[in-house]
Design a protein around this ligand. Structure first.
Ligand SMILES: Cc1cc2nc3c(=O)[nH]c(=O)nc-3n(C[C@H](O)[C@H](O)[C@H](O)COP(=O)(O)OP(=O)(O)OC[C@H]3O[C@@H](n4cnc5c(N)ncnc54)[C@H](O)[C@@H]3O)c2cc1C
Length: 499
């Protein structure tokens, strides 16, 4: 097994897209199979050495950044193992954790299949995206990663291997789970807290009668190393119609998204074909548009907000669907002549790249000023959709700080990114973040819809679930990781684990 204590190599594992500073580790290890992962775990337990699991470093909450001990890189733990098609045109893929989402999507697409979760960062590893329950633009139609995971293989710090299939190891009526590892049996009492409505990836997942596998999805490297993943696939849509439509005020974009979301949900529920059913609705505020102008100078001058929409084309409904999208655009005063509508799959891909460009540019600005990411990942229940939009704008507009707002508007899930130029501005930014987070929690929302808690959102998790919720999570962690060596600092603050 490759191991390295070279400072130059270690350095590359001390960062992710959060820009969280101060990480350190004494060694990086690169296991190539489960036996080697077990060997690392046995050593780490014996020497009480913390183990931080690293994916591909695109995380935005410092989850893979170590503060001591060893980094277990998953990059040699394997890629795609198998793609199977089923009779109904669907299928599944079995893979090691080091396959990037881009590689997965390309491999399944070659077989006419689609992996529906659509995190925009395609360089992320599938293992890590399960560990953060990543989601993306198409989550509006297809849900987050969790919905598509059928089976996981996990190595615990005790050296046990767990095989977890959806539908097996179900929580009983008292919310207990009993897991049989290769070395030990684990009796777990699941926490009592209730998850917020909607998209959510903050802390351990708990629902009545849940499969054990769901506890590990979104556990951010705190419970074990995910070494094999089986995901469900669907038939690839024949074609997409999409657009980047521009507005001369933000409110019209809010209204179009609201309208398109509602009719999509109604049409989807009634299974009517040939009517609007957006697979993605993504928002850009005036500040996001300004940032994007640097890379896309042909954005129309009068544009001060935009929506990216994506519609799957089924059967012979193309003209019909296109017409309906033009009508809804007209109703909400889209700058039709200046807007971009896809005429080919190449253009559709370019629009998706446009959507991805905004977080990339934001992260570049943060790096330029050496600042940690202050980006919200909040969701709220549907009744607070307009409240959320107004809250962001009112809080940030007069703050004197640089910021932009973009993202998954159909899921009431927007990323407000504050872009401080110095530490003083960063402090102010965190104060605003905190004030917004409190209101989100008061509305019954989530402090993290897709990025996770990592090492920078722990305080807000406590506000959300209270000390009792954190204590219940700590009991789970201490049962599965009795020496407390896995993913230290992620999700659960240390003081809850040393009691
Ligand atoms: C420009 C940009 C856009 C993004 N867009 C999205 C988006 O649309 N949706 C979204 O959800 N996220 C998005 N992200 C965040 C990021 O891509 C995801 O959080 C992703 O899941 C991280 O994958 P990674 O391989 O880079 O993992 P890393 O950053 O290396 O690790 C992430 C976490 O997973 C844990 N981990 C890694 N591998 C394993 C494993 N095998 N077993 C157990 N734990 C493990 C780590 O310990 C860490 O806590 C974006 C990031 C960037 C930079």
């Amino acid at each position: 097994m490759l191991r390295s204590t070279e400072p130059d190599i270690i350095k590359t594992y001390l960062k992710d897209a959060s820009n969280l500073a101060g990480g350190f580790a004494r060694e990086i290890v690169f296991p190539e199979n489960e036996d080697e992962v077990i060997q690392i775990m046995d050593e780490a337990r014996r020497t009480n050495t913390p183990v931080t699991i690293a994916g591909n470093g695109t995380g935005v909450v410092g989850g893979r950044i170590p503060f001591g001990g060893v980094v277990l890189s998953t990059e040699k733990l394997g890629k795609l193992r198998n793609i199977q098609q089923t009779d109904q045109g669907s299928g599944y893929a079995i893979t090691g954790p080091a396959l990037t989402l881009k590689e997965l999507q390309e491999a399944v697409s070659a077989k006419g299949l689609l992996y529906p979760p659509d995190p925009t960062e395609q360089n992320a590893f599938i293992g890590a995206s399960v560990s953060t329950n990543a989601s993306g633009a198409r989550t509006f139609k297809y849900g987050a990663t969790r919905r598509w995971v059928r089976r996981l293989k996990v190595v615990l710090s005790t050296g046990d291997i767990l095989e977890l299939r959806r539908g097996e190891y179900i929580a009983d009526k008292e919310n207990r789970l009993c897991l049989h590892g290769t070395r030990n049996i684990f009796e777990l009492k699941l926490p009592h807290y209730r998850l917020p409505e909607g998209k959510h990836s903050a802390g351990y997942y708990v629902t009545p009668s849940m499969s054990a596998l769901d506890l590990f999805i979104g556990s951010e490297g705190t419970l074990g190393v995910i070494t094999e993943i089986e995901v469900e696939l669907i038939p690839q849509p024949r074609k997409y119609f999409s657009g980047i439509v521009f507005f001369d005020c933000e409110e019209n974009a809010w209204q179009l998204a609201h309208h398109a979301r509602n009719i999509s949900l109604i049409n989807r529920a009634s299974h009517v074909k040939g009517h609007i059913d957006a697979s993605a609705l993504e928002y850009f505020d005036s500040h996001a548009i300004e940032i994007l102008r640097a890379a896309y100078p042909h954005i129309p001058q009068q544009a001060c907000s935009a929506i990216f929409f994506e519609q799957e084309i089924i059967g012979n409904y193309e003209n019909n669907l296109t017409e309906q999208w033009y009508q809804i655009c007209q109703k909400h005063q889209v700058l039709i002549e200046e807007s971009w509508f896809s005429k080919s799959s190449k253009e559709h891909t370019e629009f998706r790249t446009f959507r991805h460009a905004i977080p990339v540019l934001v992260n570049r600005i943060l790096r330029q000023y050496s600042q940690t990411k202050i980006g919200t990942d909040f969701t709220v229940p549907q009744e607070h959709y307009f409240d959320l939009l107004n809250l962001y704008r009112q809080t940030l507009r007069n703050s004197g700080l640089r910021y932009c707002i973009f993202g998954h508007i159909a899921d009431n899930h927007l990323h407000a990114n504050i872009l401080p130029h110095n530490n003083e501005e960063a402090e102010k930014g965190w104060q605003l973040y905190c004030a917004i987070a409190r209101q989100i929690i008061a509305w019954g929302g989530s402090i993290s819809a897709e990025h996770g808690v990592g090492k920078i959102r722990n305080d807000y998790l406590i506000e959300m679930y209270g000390q009792s919720g954190l204590k219940e999570m700590a009991i789970i962690k201490k049962t599965l990781d009795p020496c407390n060596i896995m993913g230290r600092g992620n999700i659960i603050p240390e003081e809850y684990l040393i009691e």
